[in-house]
Write a protein that binds this ligand. Structure first.
Ligand code: SF4
Length: 212
């Protein structure tokens, strides 16, 4: 059984798949407490569901792109089985993970969006850098940047682990904390080879709208 917070159909708001229709499976629980978290409702709220019921629900939307998100999906070990079965059913599966739990057991057909938590999240010490070894070229590493310190830190990590050579690197702002223009200016000044992104759904809907 899995504890599900919500299943909904929307457009993908982030990553290189931004703008595409997508079914989101939001799993309950998170082992982190980022200062800027916008999904605290997923920490505990949810209902029990079998993997089969979740897949049946997903099929109703007739959409091939599926993202497993949270909370932190990897807190529930059954999420691995869910992703494996979704892949077997022919879905294109994405996983959004906070980067503190091992990704090596995740089905290799899954596109992983791995957060590396910056200092202002106050969760930097939870980053599991061993995960970088398991990053595939089609995966993406994401930095959510709230301050200049976060930016400098992210730059350092990208260089240290040569992330540009491994996969797509995403730089995003903490919504309402750092102006997008500021981050874009820093990226251009430093000629970084990273992909700037906005959380698209925060501009389409009211920023705190759930289920989008
Ligand atoms: S990892 Fe995600 S869900 Fe968990 S506290 Fe951080 S922002 Fe919130």
């Amino acid at each position: 059984m899995l504890k599900i917070n919500e299943i909904f159909y929307s457009v993908q708001g982030e990553s290189t798949k931004a703008g595409l229709p997508c079914v989101f499976i939001r799993l309950t629980y998170c082992n982190l407490r980022c200062t800027y978290c916008d999904t605290e409702y997923a920490f505990y709220e949810g209902y029990d569901s079998s993997i089969e019921s979740v897949i049946d629900e997903v099929k109703k939307y007739n959409c091939n792109l599926v993202e497993v998100t949270g909370g932190e999906p990897l807190v529930q070990k059954e999420s691995l089985d869910l992703m494996h079965k979704l892949c077997n059913e022919g879905f294109e599966v994405m996983l959004e993970t906070g980067g503190s739990l091992p990704i090596d057991p995740v089905d290799k057909r899954v596109k992983i969006i791995l957060d590396l938590k910056c200092p202002s999240s106050k969760m930097e010490k939870k980053n599991l850098y061993e995960n970088i070894e398991f990053i595939k070229p089609e995966d993406e590493v994401k930095f959510v940047i709230g301050t200049r310190e976060d930016y400098e830190w992210s730059k350092e990590i990208v260089n240290k682990y040569e992330l540009n050579k491994k996969c797509e690197v995403l730089f995003s702002v903490v919504f309402g904390k750092l102006e997008p223009l500021q981050l874009v200016e820093w990226v251009l000044q430093d000629k970084l080879k990273v992909r700037f992104q906005l959380q698209m759904h925060k501009f389409i809907w009211e920023p705190d709208t759930k289920g989008v």
